[in-house]
Design a protein around this ligand. Structure first.
Ligand SMILES: NC(=O)C1=CN([C@@H]2O[C@H](COP(=O)(O)OP(=O)(O)OC[C@H]3O[C@@H](n4cnc5c(N)ncnc54)[C@H](OP(=O)(O)O)[C@@H]3O)[C@@H](O)[C@H]2O)C=CC1
Ligand SMILES: O=C(O)C1=N[C@H](C(=O)O)C[C@H](O)C1
Length: 268
């Protein structure tokens, strides 16, 4: 499968280049960075420290997408919606790991999915997607006697909060409880907040150092507490998931898919 990495010079971009280069059946055919990036003109393999790949980083996605079967995209929301339109034009697979996407962004992605095969997830790792199924099941089993709080920590450079993973886990909990997350989530607390409303799903965010990604879903009841956690130790888990998603999407029809579809985990 011929793959392009956009955001090639980023933390995930470099890990994706390495993973594509190391995956049998995949070839890197393009690496994209934004106009003016110091990475332009550099060899993608050298950028990712995997040796020369003879693929220069460019700022011309249209030309590169036309020669590809899929694009791996861990960039930023505005870039991702623009890349989705180009992926639709080229009729290719678009794997989206970018987080911080808002409702209008999803509307654009849904439109692009009429022609592209879009696979989007706030977390591409096997572990987190398994965890989401467990959270859904525990939330459905325990009911509102147990308060749900979602705690996450990431490195100091992360720009969005709560993390895409925290929101994915919140959605899973809300699905388990059969409530809309949008109406029941508490994204921050400060000052005289009053007592907790039963049934709310709370989020707490920590940032610091080089933490790759840590998430806990806490079910706090009267006299006991259940905690389900995931710790990412290495970004390769996300990159491997993204490449697996691209390969899965190769022969699928245009549409909007998630990692649960890729992993066959829809309902535990
Ligand atoms: N779903 C998942 O499993 C995971 C998701 N993520 C998400 O992936 C995203 C990227 O994370 P990370 O790699 O740490 O961030 P980085 O900031 O290290 O990388 C993002 C890269 O994208 C580039 N970029 C931004 N806009 C454009 C554009 N228009 N065209 C081309 N390149 C562009 C940036 O360039 P510049 O620096 O010039 O802006 C940068 O090189 C985040 O949203 C993060 O939350 C991360 C890990 C796992
Ligand atoms: O920005 C990151 O680094 C990560 N972002 C994703 C998120 O927002 O959940 C996934 C992972 O935790 C790393």
């Amino acid at each position: 499968m011929r793959l392009v990495v956009v955001g090639a010079a980023g933390r995930m971009g470099r890990m994706l280049i390495k993973t594509v280069a190391e995956t049998e059946g995949c070839t890197l055919v393009g690496a994209i960075e934004r106009e003016g990036s110091p990475a332009l003109g550099h060899d993608a393999g050298l950028l990712a420290a995997v040796g020369l790949l003879d693929v220069d980083v460019t700022d011309d996605p249209l030309t590169v997408f036309a020669q590809a079967d899929g694009v791996l995209d861990f960039t930023a929301p505005a870039a991702t919606t623009a890349f989705a339109a180009l992926a639709a034009q080229a009729r290719i697979v678009h794997v989206i790991g970018t987080t911080g996407l808002q409702e209008p962004d999803f509307t654009k992605l849904e439109a692009a999915a009429r022609h592209a095969r879009i696979i989007q997830s706030g977390n591409m790792s096997l572990g987190v997607n398994l965890l989401a199924g467990l959270v859904r099941k525990v939330a459905a089993t325990l009911g509102e006697d147990f308060d749900i709080e979602i705690l996450e920590m990431h490195h100091r450079m992360k720009v969005d909060a709560p993390s895409g993973t925290a929101l994915l886990l919140g959605e899973a909990a809300a699905e388990g409880r059969r409530i809309p997350l949008k109406e029941r989530s508490v994204r921050s607390r400060d000052g005289h907040t009053g007592a907790r409303n039963p049934g709310d799903i709370g989020f707490a965010t920590m940032r610091g150092g080089s933490v790759v990604g840590e998430h806990s879903v806490i079910f706090a009841g009267a006299g006991e507490r259940l905690e389900l956690s995931h710790r990412a130790e290495d970004r390769s888990i996300f990159a491997r998931g993204a490449v697996r998603a691209a390969l899965w999407g190769f022969d699928k029809k245009p549409g909007f898919y998630t990692m649960a579809d890729v992993l066959g985990l829809d309902r535990l």
